[in-house]
Design a protein around this ligand. Structure first.
Ligand code: DP6
Length: 360
């Protein structure tokens, strides 16, 4: 599939106005996307669990305007007009206008809210950009009702990627691959796909408790972070390792080998941070409590024999992962020993989800 197969051809019967609402989840990468080329093309494939509770709901209202050469939109975040998100959305519109030529025909009102607290340190770009891409695809579907569900999802993912790379993995669930991998049929750098092979029951309803260690602004934006992989001394080796980890995970998904899963996922998280520690300029995004939590998880895992593990995003918060059938004991441990390391005791219990939903 080529990018230009996603161009919507000009059509006279565009709607006058309307409104669509989508809720779209966040996702957590098991093999990390860190490093990209031009046009939001990833340097290595990644795979993620789609989340369920952490999501963004976005309503997109649209009304025909005098056509001029500019984008026209307002953003309302949690009920209040918001200017901060506008530059990112303007960039997004510029990147996708070739694929959605109707964008300059409308004035848009984008009303958006997250289920997770604002400034929780949880990135909202994946859920936010995917929700907006889906609303835009609903307009395309109204213009061109014949598009298939497969095309709808692929193009939604394709557009979301142009807003934020990881957003392309939030359209569907529960296990999603983005980036070309030689052993994964249908995998693409342009959009994400559902993992196409059988997944062992051990990974059904996997749990993710997000410990909010630091709710402050990100020290390094992901754009800056990805750019640090250009000329990074270990970049080449890292991209190779990510591809190899994908191959190893394929076997793990098949066999249900939880110990092997833990080794790969924790190593991926620490490698992501190692890339930041060894870039120029260099960053430490973990906080002392991030390390306290990691050490406590390791000690508890050793002592209990449970399959509890962690992963990290580009920040200090910790995602604690565990299988559903070990949830009771893991939650007890989290409450008793880990919540104390969270800022104001805040954490979010989430589980694997199945993707975005159109709201009536
Ligand atoms: C560490 O998707 O936020 O979460 O494409 O620049 O918007 P942009 O980056 P973004 O990067 C996410 C990186 C990560 C790892 C991952 O989700 O794979």
């Amino acid at each position: 599939m080529e990018a230009n197969s996603f161009i919507l051809l000009r059509n006279n019967t565009t709607p006058h106005n309307g409104k669509f609402t989508w809720s779209s989840p966040s996702n957590i990468a098991l093999v990390k996307y860190w490093g990209k080329k031009e046009n939001q093309i990833p340097k290595n494939p990644s795979v993620s669990f789609t989340l369920d509770a952490c999501k963004t709901t976005t309503s997109l209202s649209f009304a025909k305007k005098e056509k001029d050469n500019s984008f026209s939109f307002d953003v309302v975040f949690e009920g209040k007009k918001n200017e901060d998100f506008k530059p990112k959305i303007e960039t997004f519109f510029k990147r996708i206008q070739t694929y959605l030529p109707f964008l300059k025909d409308y004035h848009f009102t984008i009303e958006t809210e997250n289920t997770f607290p604002h400034s929780s340190g949880i990135a909202s770009s994946a859920s936010g950009m995917s929700a907006l891409a889906l609303c835009l695809m609903s307009i395309e579907k109204e213009i061109n009702p014949k598009i298939t569900q497969e095309y709808f999802n692929q193009k939604a993912s394709f557009l979301a990627r142009l807003g934020s790379g990881s957003a392309c993995r939030s359209i569907e669930g529960d296990l999603i691959v983005w980036g070309k991998h030689e052993n994964i049929e249908g995998s693409s750098n342009l959009f994400a796909i559902k993992y196409p092979y059988t997944v062992h029951d051990n990974f059904k309803n996997y749990q993710d408790t997000i410990l909010l260690v630091d709710k402050g602004e990100k020290q390094v934006s992901s754009t800056v972070g990805h750019n640090l992989m250009h000329n990074h001394p270990f970049a080449k080796q890292r991209f190779k390792q990510a591809s190899e980890n994908m191959t190893k995970l394929m076997d793990v998904f098949k066999t249900g080998n939880l110990n092997a899963f833990i080794d790969i996922v924790e190593s991926e998280a620490l490698t992501l941070h190692a890339m930041m520690l060894t870039s120029m300029p260099y960053f430490i995004l973990m906080k002392p409590n991030t390390l306290e939590i990691i050490n406590a998880i390791w000690a508890f895992r050793k002592q209990s024999g449970l399959h509890i593990s962690f992963t990290l995003d580009a920040g200090a918060n910790v995602h604690v992962l565990y299988p559903e059938n070990e949830a009771e004991k893991c939650i007890e441990f989290i409450k008793n020993e880990l919540v104390a390391y969270c800022q104001n005791g805040h954490y979010i219990c989430d589980t694997i989800g199945f993707g975005a939903k159109l709201k009536p």
